[in-house]
Design a protein around this ligand. Structure first.
Ligand code: SER
Length: 245
């Protein structure tokens, strides 16, 4: 499957399941908490606080998008087989529509049935002094037949907020070929600048899957540079380089 086909397959899958396609927002965000757009949820941040406004603005509570994203948080790993500063993030979102069960089932169906990939293992939030273990996600995965459910701490399995405050919550991550490919965030809290967490009035879903890593798995490559997202660029570079010498 080409990367163009993966994009289309993702949008079709979620459109057929009641999601509306929203275009990628600009890499330069309205959100003053970040210099550049780092995640698909950025343009939707306000909707986690006011799902009724989402329904009014978007005519739905369930969204799918492919967001241009720029991230420097793992810049020390950029240049290895799977990390980039600029990437495309495939995501589905719900603002008070569905929650953990539906989000996990949709992700599992997409990975295993649409793309015929095998889930190696998944991770869930282990809990800490502020938020308890995400036993609900663990049970949902086990019901789907995923036996390897690993518990991880806040650094790995808790997302947000972006900037000093905002929606945040525990995550569950899906690993294929031992690579994290999809992060499902369950926004249940609002984090205040003093780091206290307050429950949101309505829970939300924010997922993000890197197209480049997914293409690597689907196309059976060992690194992102072997996918059709990069090979044409690398071929034109190697064609052009001898001319410059
Ligand atoms: N916001 C989360 C992330 O970027 C999930 O989309 O990983």
């Amino acid at each position: 499957m080409s990367s163009a086909e993966i994009r289309q397959c993702f949008l079709n899958f979620f459109t057929c399941r009641g999601h509306k396609v929203v275009p990628s927002s600009s890499l330069v965000p309205d959100d003053p908490s970040v210099l550049l757009t780092t995640a698909g949820m950025q343009q939707f941040k306000k909707y986690y606080l006011e799902p009724d406004v989402a329904e009014r603005d978007l005519e739905t509570r369930n969204i799918v998008s492919i967001q241009k994203s720029f991230r420097t948080s793992d810049i020390d790993e950029v240049g290895d087989d799977s990390h980039l500063t600029f990437f495309e993030m495939l995501g589905n979102f719900s603002f008070g529509g569905y929650f953990k069960k539906e989000a996990i089932e949709l992700a599992y169906e997409f990975i295993t049935r649409e793309l015929s990939l095998t889930v190696d293992y998944v991770t869930i939030f282990a809990g800490d002094d502020q938020v308890s273990l995400d036993g609900e996600s663990k049970k949902i995965w086990q019901t789907l037949g995923v036996k390897d459910v690993r518990e991880r701490g806040r650094a790995d399995n808790f997302w947000g907020p972006t900037g000093a405050e905002g929606p945040c919550g525990p995550t569950t991550e899906i690993y294929v070929n031992n690579l994290e490919i999809w992060n499902l965030v369950f926004n249940e809290y609002y984090c205040r600048p003093n780091k206290t967490l307050e429950p949101l009035t309505s829970s939300g879903v924010d997922t993000g899957m890197g197209l480049e890593r997914l293409a690597m798995a689907v196309q059976g490559q060992n690194n992102i540079f072997g996918t059709d997202l990069f090979t044409p660029l690398l071929a034109s570079l190697s064609d052009a380089l001898p001319l410059r010498i």
